[in-house]
Design a binder for this molecule. Structure first.
Ligand SMILES: [Mn+2]
Length: 188
């Protein structure tokens, strides 16, 4: 699988509260997009703690990872987070999300995953994993709310043809919000 990533703080800010982690192991991949609450250093502190926690528990399953992170982040501002897991051996993709992180599969069987409301580290809801068949060659699009929902208008036909990094860069350029940290991952 190839990954294209674009991430940046809101213009004028030194700290990026948005972070991502891509972990490949045993013919599986875990893709996380994290948005620390607020902006600046405190947002980045919460996100980096969350990253560290995922690193420590990446092979425990989505619901468990969320639980560990929720405990770890209690003394921070908290984060919203989406995690997408693909098991290539079984051709299954799972998603779990809390807060405003978007994840879509664009391909043979398209799907737009829904995150539950809440904040990891503050009022995290029960985690429900959504499962979906995965077909090699499917394109995954994940992004934080620093990418405008107008990205839904970006034609799938164009996205599917583009190199993943080119697509991520273009989506950032066209749909990145000036007033927020922004992250987009395109994977195929
Ligand atoms: Mn945000």
């Amino acid at each position: 699988m190839k990954f294209g990533v674009a991430t940046r703080p809101n213009p004028g800010n030194k700290y990026n509260g948005d972070m991502y982690l891509i972990k490949e192991f045993n013919n599986k991949v875990l893709i996380s997009v994290i948005d620390g609450l607020g902006h600046g250093e405190s947002a980045a502190v919460a996100s980096s703690k969350c990253m560290k926690c995922i690193e420590e528990h990446y092979d425990h399953g989505l619901a468990e990872i969320f639980k560990y992170c929720d405990i770890e982040l209690r003394k921070t501002n908290g984060v919203v987070m989406g995690m997408l897991f693909i098991d290539f051996d079984h051709s299954i993709l799972s998603f779990a999300g809390v807060g405003n992180i978007s994840a879509r599969v664009i391909g043979g069987k398209p799907v737009h995953f829904i995150s539950r409301d809440g904040i990891v580290g503050y009022n995290m809801p029960g985690i429900k994993e959504n499962k979906h068949p995965y077909t090699a060659g499917d394109t995954i699009l994940m992004h934080s709310d620093g990418i405008s929902s107008k990205v839904l208008r970006y034609p799938a036909s164009i996205l599917l043809k583009k190199d993943v990094q080119e697509a991520a860069d273009e989506i950032m350029k066209l749909f990145g919000k000036d007033e927020d940290d922004a992250t987009v991952i395109v994977a195929r």
